[in-house]
Design a protein around this ligand. Structure first.
Ligand code: TPP
Length: 326
């Protein structure tokens, strides 16, 4: 990659991050299907451009909150992918000591405050984190990821209102993949949609093609600059599509096959690869990045299978102590 411009190098890093997310989730789904990884895995394959385009504009000190579909957000924010894989397998050394699983991955070292199995619950948590940042006068912001389904829950209204009222440094990122679990969102959502609701609370909204990582990057750069300058919360409405079922074992029979196939044709990874090739990066170098990502995640999965189970006594650490043995 010698001789490439800073901008091209940055784009290569975005490609690598998207490839790492996809490779991680392919391994995670396989591990779930084989029974190696207990619990439920929700893949975000097809949505990598949102996680990476947003997090490319965050500093290490910035925080994120996530959803039940959170592997991509965590990896894009720099979380330890090996520890994440161990967590999925319930092993010692996992992000949460093997006690949390896919929907509870957190990595405070990089500001990843946690995935969350309760739809919409990350929104007030993000507002709380932003309020703490404000009180301690820290130079940081919060990016809050949630799905279009979360917009129909109370915490959404609570969070928009609170963040707007106190001009909190939060970037709300609605990943609008068109479905809430198995339900097409248009069938259960009244009114003009997520952006209209955010703006009703005074949070300015911007729409972006979430399957175009460079578009997400450019729009986010602008929104993050506004937030850092003290403009208060901003709302990013990222239109995307999830390629796989709701969970690793859902065949997604509720949607037409051609719709999912069309989304695969808009693949954020291939679109960025095409841009890079046009900028002079060899196809072989791009394939190498993807092969390296696949090898890394396969190795993490093997490491997870070989890792020890947690000490049963660890079940009583990091939790409230009611009921713990004396
Ligand atoms: C409070 C709450 N209600 C219902 C559920 C069950 N549930 C899990 S995921 C999901 C759909 C969420 O849709 P969306 O926010 O659009 O995210 P997506 O799964 O599409 O990424 C639902 C209803 C839940 N986990 N939490």
């Amino acid at each position: 990659m010698s001789g490439t411009s800073n901008e091209t190098a940055r784009r290569m890093a975005m490609l690598r991050d998207m490839a790492r997310i996809r490779a991680f989730e392919r391994e995670a789904v396989a591990a779930m299907r084989s029974g190696e990884a207990p619990g439920v895995v929700h893949p975000s394959i097809g949505q990598e451009g949102v996680a990476v385009g947003v997090c490319a504009n965050l500093k290490r000190a910035d925080r994120i909150t996530s959803t039940h579909r959170g592997h991509g957000h965590a990896i894009a924010k720099g979380a330890d992918a090996r520890a994440m894989m161990l967590e999925l397998h319930g092993r010692a050394g996992g992000s949460c000591g093997g006690k949390g699983g896919s929907m509870h991955i957190a990595d405070f070292a990089v500001g990843m405050l946690g995935a969350n199995g309760v739809v919409g619950a990350g929104i007030p948590i993000a507002c709380g984190a932003a309020q703490a940042i404000r009180l301690t006068k820290e130079d940081a912001i919060v990016a809050c990821f949630f799905g279009d389904g979360a917009v129909n829950r109370g915490p959404f209204l609570e969070g928009m209102n609170w963040a707007a009222l106190y001009r909190l440094p939060v970037l709300f990122v609605c990943e609008d993949n068109g479905f809430a679990a198995f339900t097409r969102n248009s069938a259960v959502t009244a009114g003009g949609g997520p952006a209209v609701r955010a703006e009703a609370c005074g949070v300015p909204a911007t729409a972006v093609d979430g399957e175009d990582v460079l578009a997400v990057d450019a729009v986010t750069a602008d929104l993050v600059a506004r937030i850092r300058a003290g403009a208060g919360p901003q709302f990013l409405h990222a239109i995307c599509y999830r390629w796989e079922g709701h969970t690793g074992t859902d065949a997604a029979a509720y949607r037409p096959a051609d719709e999912a196939a069309a989304a695969r044709g808009r693949d954020a990874i291939r679109r960025l690869a095409a841009v890079l090739e046009a900028e002079g990066i060899a196809a072989g170098e791009i394939a190498g990045i993807e092969a390296q990502a696949a090898a890394e995640m396969a190795s993490h999965r093997a490491a997870a299978m070989a890792a020890p189970w947690p000490d049963p006594g660890a079940a009583y650490s990091d939790v409230q102590d009611a009921g713990a043995p004396a």
